[in-house]
Design a protein around this ligand. Sequence first.
Ligand SMILES: Cc1cc2nc3c(=O)[nH]c(=O)nc-3n(C[C@H](O)[C@H](O)[C@H](O)COP(=O)(O)OP(=O)(O)OC[C@H]3O[C@@H](n4cnc5c(N)ncnc54)[C@H](O)[C@@H]3O)c2cc1C
Length: 360
Amino acid sequence: MQAKNWTLKAWFGEKCTYDQGKLGRELNNHFHPILLSMPSKSNSTETNSKNAYDIAIIGTGGSGIAAAIYSARFNLKTVVIGEKYGGLIVDTHLVENYPGFVRLSGYDLMQEFKKHVEDYKDKVTLLDASAQHVKKTKNGFEVETSEGKVSARAIILATGTERKKLNVPGEKEYTNKGVSYCATCDSPLFKNKIVGIVGGSDSAVKEGLLLSEYASKVYVIYRGQQVRAEPINMERLKKAKNVEVITNTNVLEIKGEKFISHVILDKPFQGKKEMPLGGLFIEIGHIVRNELAKELGVALDEKGEIIVDKNSNTNVEGVFSAGDVTNRAWKQLITGVAEGCVAAWSAYEYLNGSSTREKK
Ligand SMILES: Cc1cc2nc3c(=O)[nH]c(=O)nc-3n(C[C@H](O)[C@H](O)[C@H](O)COP(=O)(O)OP(=O)(O)OC[C@H]3O[C@@H](n4cnc5c(N)ncnc54)[C@H](O)[C@@H]3O)c2cc1C
């Protein structure tokens, strides 16, 4: 894939040159609106036939796009509604576990998905919009989006998750002034700076390793006893000379003037609770995007995840779900993609008067 260089005015008033593959979210938001065709804006309470679909898939991450490809192959008129094309994976600089692609950025991988779904553009409409409300109607469902209303006979919820906030003083104030939630997007801004990353998961370790290619020093600050990453990433972490892990430690406050200058820890590190930092990345997990599921009366587990059976059925007839938003245990792109495929099949069966629901 040919890398393009983009010059953007960055946070600190500096000009930075980026490699496109590494600049997932920013470029995605600003330069890659995907709109194959869009339903006309409607203020009426009824949707017209142009805006009437067999299936409305909510979420244009990997799970939603996979569901759309299968839905098209089942010959169903499909709309995929998404506010951020590609979903979470586009913020990942390195994907090495998606079969068929040895190593590429999440952004580039989702561009491959885009080419694939565009091949079905006679059946699939990608709508660049936020789905604000959804309700059951006599003939199916109505989705109110930021671009007007659409109706569908079945719904697939593939709404994924959003990043958790640390919720400490200074976090809001210094967001985009040294506090970031995406190393893939922002690492180049921290060249030769000392930075911290809060978190102890595989994602946090991966983000820390990427940061270490730019920053002079990276502290991985984790509240637990031991960071937990895939063995291959743990090996890389051990080998990285400028990455240091601090365990059993919390960040209590973020301080600075115009930009972040330091954080306050809950226990001393090298004799001090005050830790000078030129940047702080937060990678502490995700919150389930279940607002629409709640509106439809879809059953959720104690974590707020959508409860699905093995065929991606929810408890509500005509509503299916796939990917990170569900209560399935192992959340990866490939598992979401597989679930999207199953959800499309179950929706197809449902529309044909059969059910894939597991018998109790
Ligand atoms: C740092 C990091 C590294 C990772 N690395 C890997 C990896 O190497 N390999 C791997 O397989 N997985 C990896 N993952 C996990 C992977 O990103 C997720 O499992 C995958 O993105 C889930 O896809 P999804 O489509 O279910 O959800 P998401 O990717 O979260 O997509 C959901 C989409 O729905 C949209 N949406 C939500 N609500 C609405 C609404 N109301 N209206 C319109 N749109 C809406 C969201 O904006 C989003 O675009 C990583 C995750 C992180 C955080």
